[in-house]
Design a protein around this ligand. Structure first.
Ligand SMILES: [Zn+2]
Length: 340
């Protein structure tokens, strides 16, 4: 299998970059952090689709980047959202005000958060603490311009590219990814976690699984990773962060990280340890990593929650994560193995 690589070093580049013909990417500089959250523009023949806007604070950045790239605002037909979290969708409604012909497409269960973001904002305020203000405001979206996206639905981009909607719960119940058929690329949102390079002792790369409590569900998350793998994608258009190719090593990594966590939790449980022991073990491992980007801080911040999410599922009798998923280059052919 070809080695996983990120297409171009994206750090510290302002504005839109065309990472592949017709696929533009912009660092939204989430909370001022470089290289962590980005959004995409897909070019059709005469129209464009945005995938993720980033937080509200990114809207002025979008407007100048689109102008600099010569993309007319009236040609943008969609803002597609993988899920309604502030770092992906916080700027969607505010940006929509500048796009006269665009609609927002989202999983049906994400719509209520878009129309009434107050609860989401309150949750984010708790999660982000002092950093919350830097995300910028999330405006409510007008109901008449929000479209529910069904599983399997096709979105045409200028009679040229087609994006297939795939419901992928796990990170949130309302998560979806978009499969671009002409390039066999997946806009993965948080379905494959956030990926970082330079990740000893984990290996060359590490992903932070997108399964923080209370809504992250590792079992669904893994099932969704399997759905993505079954598309046999070639590329990952990641929100966290950039363009990755080939896709399968990335997917195996994301699934393998869950397997690793699950096995670690099971081991600790078997030997009579507590959740705290498991979290400490993970923290020790993470303390040994020295990620070159903002990844180290994100890895440390997310550890407690991610271990908790997996820990709670280790007791579930119906759940066995396929151990081979993390260890070998191949996904198990027969679907999820079950046992008690
Ligand atoms: Zn995210």
């Amino acid at each position: 299998m070809d080695a996983l690589r990120q297409m171009r070093n994206l750090e510290a580049r302002p504005g839109l970059q065309e990472l592949a013909p017709g696929f533009f990417f912009m660092d939204t500089l989430d909370r001022g952090v470089k290289g962590y959250v980005g959004g995409w523009v897909v070019q059709g023949r005469r129209s464009y689709v945005l995938v993720e806007t980033g937080a509200g604070a990114a809207v002025p950045r979008w407007l100048s980047a689109l102008a600099d790239a010569g993309i007319p605002l009236e040609r943008i037909e969609w803002i597609l959202l993988t899920h309604v979290h502030l770092d992906h969708a916080g700027g969607a409604a505010a940006l929509l005000q500048h796009l006269p012909n665009a609609r927002i497409g989202v999983h049906p269960d994400g719509i209520r958060h878009l129309l009434n973001p107050e609860r989401l904002m309150a949750g984010a305020k708790q999660a982000w603490g002092d950093d919350f203000e830097r995300l910028g405001p999330m405006l409510p979206a007008p109901a008449e311009r929000v479209v529910p996206l069904a599983d399997g639905e096709l979105i045409e981009v200028g009679n040229f590219r087609r994006l297939r909607v795939l419901h992928t719960p796990g990170h949130t119940p309302h998560h979806a990814v978009f499969f671009e058929e002409t390039t066999r690329g997946v806009f993965s949102g948080d379905a494959l976690g956030a990926i970082f390079g330079g990740a000893e002792p984990f290996g060359e790369f590490v992903t932070i699984p997108g399964i923080s409590p209370p809504i992250g569900d590792p079992q669904q998350y893994l099932a969704s990773i399997r759905r993505i793998a079954e598309l046999s994608p070639r590329r990952i258009y990641a929100a966290h962060f950039g363009l990755w190719e080939p896709a399968l090593p990335y997917i195996h990594l994301a699934a393998g990280q869950i397997s690793l966590l699950w096995e670690m939790c099971r081991e600790v449980k078997k030997s009579g340890g507590t959740l705290g022991d498991a979290q400490e073990r993970m923290a020790t491992m993470i303390a040994r990593t020295r990620l070159s980007t903002c990844g180290q801080a994100e890895l440390e911040k997310n550890t407690t929650g991610v271990v908790l999410a997996v820990w709670n599922h280790v007791t579930s009798r119906e759940l066995i994560f396929p151990p081979s998923l993390g260890r070998t280059a191949e996904l198990p052919a027969n679907g999820r193995r079950r046992g008690g």
